[in-house]
Ligand binder design. Structure first.
Ligand SMILES: [Zn+2]
Length: 753
């Protein structure tokens, strides 16, 4: 029997390596809690010109409870008016209906009066064809030589311009001119480098100069020049961002600059805007998480998924919630969708942002304002509990941008003509088996699987009340991993030699790992390794082929009682995850569950237990390693089976091996995010109640009564529920506080001090 290790997280006041705790008065405004919004007038900018600007600024503070306002500097409206300014500058064309009225300079003093910082929204991606025609060579060009925006009109009409062409200087001068109005910063809505772009003359010349070869035209992940092109696109956008930020700082050293950046999705590389690339040149990491009512299914934890990812970038983070009913922009977001967006965002340590359309205020003013006012009023009056807080999680979930960018599994079974029910394979295109490598489709299949894996783990861990942080590739170092006890690698296929060594070091030093499928099989640029250097640590003697990926009638059987399979008793059948690999365990490793022999079709008899491990656990020095030869996260996200939620829970808890910082007796729809104040003296327990209708949009929140929480901490003197504004009775035993929240509405923040 393995002995549980002592809890290590309790070192109160522990901070992220490389960060120091500053007194609040030393923080810059954008390092404090920020609540942002953009009130959008679309093409009716004269409505703002004619408004009572003092009343408008006061409303931003008193009705919306924001402290940072976005004012349009160049509009993002049809037919692509990003070349017209709302402020006065001799260098650019003015938005006609404003005349001499300078939207930024006129509004700024009123905003200042009410303590609201002003950032200018600059549309950097959508330009009218006429404007592009007047500037030959500025457009982004696809590999077939046709401008991206002519083949794929933006929002129905308009084109997009290239960061390496003549537009670059124009755009950076625009940033500089906007800053000269006295504002606090700029938000760049774009540019991005669109898929299959850019092959303009400037890009081709720069690429040839940098790499000594011609730019490749076709997606081919076995071609080193294609890997160069992927890097070139990333670097091009990052360099543009660096120069734009420098232009901001040249005018105002305290000014901020940031981009509408990429988020957790695996296809982010297609736009070159991953936060691992542009983040170093931003003052905020921000990305969109817009809610839309059907037909696409929205993850219940969509703002958590974005918030945790953006926070992982290490900068102040913002989650952009469109406060609109999806594409019906002039109807406000449903009350609880709006409140959950804010609650999930701040519970993860990120800042909220809302877009509101002036037409929505004409018709539904109270409905638009009330939910935001209520939630942000609370945030505004409790800022100290949201300032420079630190996560208490000691579990890290890696969302690997390297893997998202470069991973293309070389296993043909992944894409082959193998069985009905498998979506997104090549069957339809090849008519049976893979005849020709279609890199594009292979890549998309891998991206889909990675997205599912991220959402699957994120959802399973949250529902199991296992606190975790999302980390990026740069967290895989000896120093950064030292604050965690468990690292989860959901098919993190692409790892550098240094990262492999850091992971091994982490485990040798007592850290634990849960790893899936092809983790470690490729280097950081997606080049397949001769042999996987992590297999020994995983307790794997060898990996075999991939099983026929069917989502029916194939099974796993629990072989022995083991804490990694939790309550599942020997003999229990569990559905086999669609994507699973044959493998053999090394001597000394444990195999609590095995695959059943292949059944080979629906309603066919079982064919007995195989020797092939479905789960391997291994003890390495003081560390624990669980290797999963399947894609658990992907499978759980697709099928939502309770068995998989339990399996992920038991594997993670076994690997963690100690006491989690928090436990709670409440439904899985209650999200619990424990954080600490910067000085370590307060434990801040965020409770987000996502229990609502069993469909979207959520029209009601079902209150949860008597939520019992137990959290490890030093003995407190007071436990307060801030939203309910009551002190809670508590007990303290064995190093943990225990209390009950009598009734949980949409959100509560409990302070243990
Ligand atoms: Zn170009």
């Amino acid at each position: 029997m393995e002995v549980p290790r002592p809890v290590v997280w309790k070192s109160a006041g522990a901070t992220m390596p490389g960060r120091c705790v500053l007194a609040n008065n030393e923080l810059k405004w954008y390092e404090r809690p920020v609540r942002m919004m953009r009130l959008d007038y679309l093409d009716a900018l004269e409505r703002m010109k004619n408004a009572d600007l003092d009343a408008l600024a006061r409303s931003k503070r008193d009705d919306w409870n924001i402290n940072c306002d976005w004012i349009v500097g160049t509009p993002g409206i049809a037919p692509g008016l990003g070349f017209l300014t709302t402020f006065n500058t001799p260098k650019f064309e003015k938005y006609h209906s404003l005349g001499d009225f300078d939207l930024l300079r006129e509004y700024l003093p009123h905003a200042r009066k009410y303590g609201v910082h002003v950032i200018s929204y600059l549309n950097m991606h959508w330009f009218a064809y006429d404007f592009a025609d007047a500037h030959p060579g500025w457009e982004q060009i696809c590999s077939d030589g046709i401008a991206y925006g002519r083949k794929t009109p933006l929002y129905g009409g308009g084109t997009t311009l290239c960061v390496n062409g003549g537009w670059r200087d124009w755009a950076i001068e625009l940033v500089s001119e906007a800053m000269k109005t006295g504002i606090d910063g700029v938000f760049l809505d774009g540019p991005v480098i669109y898929p299959d772009a850019c092959h303009c003359d400037a890009c081709k010349a720069k690429f040839a100069e940098r790499y000594g070869v011609e730019m490749p035209l076709e997606e081919d992940w076995s071609n080193p020049d294609w890997l160069h092109l992927v890097e070139f696109r990333n670097r091009s956008l990052a360099e543009f961002m660096a120069d734009s930020r420098a232009a901001v700082k040249a005018v105002n050293p305290e000014g901020v600059a940031f981009l509408n950046a990429g988020s957790w999705q695996a296809n982010t590389w297609r736009f070159g805007r991953g936060i691992d690339q542009v983040g170093p040149y931003e003052d905020f990491n921000g990305a969109e998480a817009f809610f839309h009512p059907g037909p696409r299914d929205h993850a219940l934890l969509m703002w958590t998924a974005t918030g945790k990812y953006m926070v992982a970038g290490g900068k102040p983070a913002v989650v952009f919630s469109h406060a609109a009913l999806g594409s019906w922009h002039y109807i406000p977001m449903p009350w609880y969708e709006g409140q959950l967006a804010i609650a999930q965002t701040v519970a993860c340590g990120a800042n909220p942002w809302n877009a509101v359309f002036d037409y929505a205020l004409d018709h539904s003013r109270d409905c638009a304002i009330a939910p935001v006012k209520e939630m942000q009023g609370f945030l505004s009056s409790h800022e100290e509990y949201y300032t420079r807080t630190q996560s208490c999680a000691d579990v890290a979930l890696l969302n690997s941008s390297q893997t998202a960018t470069y991973y293309v599994s070389r296993r043909p079974e992944f894409y082959g003509d193998w069985g009905s029910g498998v979506e997104e394979n090549l069957v339809a295109d090849t008519g049976g088996g893979m005849k020709k490598l279609d890199w594009g489709k292979m890549k998309q299949t891998c991206e889909g699987v990675l997205d599912n894996s991220y959402l699957g783990y994120l959802s399973a861990l949250t529902r199991s009340h296992i606190p975790f942080d999302v980390v990026l590739d740069d967290a895989i170092s000896r120093e950064r991993l030292s604050r965690y006890r468990l690292l989860i690698l959901p098919n993190v296929a692409c790892l550098s030699d240094a990262q492999i060594e850091a992971i091994k070091d982490f485990v040798r030093g007592g850290g634990s790992v849960v790893a899936e499928f092809e983790t470690g099989a490729f280097d950081e640029l997606g080049r397949r390794r001769e042999s996987n250097p992590l297999l020994e640590m995983f307790g794997v003697r060898e990996l075999g082929r991939m099983m026929r990926p069917v989502p029916f009638e194939e099974y796993v059987r629990v072989r022995e009682s083991h804490p990694a399979v939790g309550e599942f008793a020997p003999g229990r059948l569990i559905a086999r995850a669609t994507y699973s690999l044959d493998c053999a365990a090394a001597d000394g490793a444990s195999v609590p569950a095995v695959f059943m022999n292949v059944v080979g079709g629906s309603y066919k008899p079982l064919k007995g237990e195989s020797d092939t491990p479905a789960l391997i656990t291994n003890l390495v020095g003081a560390g624990r390693v669980a290797y999963v030869p399947s894609l658990f996260g992907d499978f759980y996200h697709r099928y939502k089976m309770a068995d998989y939620e339990m399996l992920i829970d038991s594997v993670v808890r076994w690997a963690h091996g100690g006491q989690l910082p928090i436990s709670a007796d409440c439904p899985p729809t209650v999200e619990i995010e424990p954080r600490r104040s910067a000085d370590g003296k307060q434990l801040l327990i965020h409770l987000v109640n996502n229990s609502g209708d069993m469909q979207r949009p959520i029209s009601q929140i079902i209150p949860i009564r008597d939520v019992r929480v137990r959290a490890t901490c030093d003995c407190p003197t007071r436990v307060r529920a801030l939203r309910a504004d009551v002190d809670l009775p508590f007990t303290y035993t064995d190093g943990a506080v225990e209390f009950t929240v009598p009734e949980l509405g949409v959100y509560e923040l409990v302070v243990v001090e």
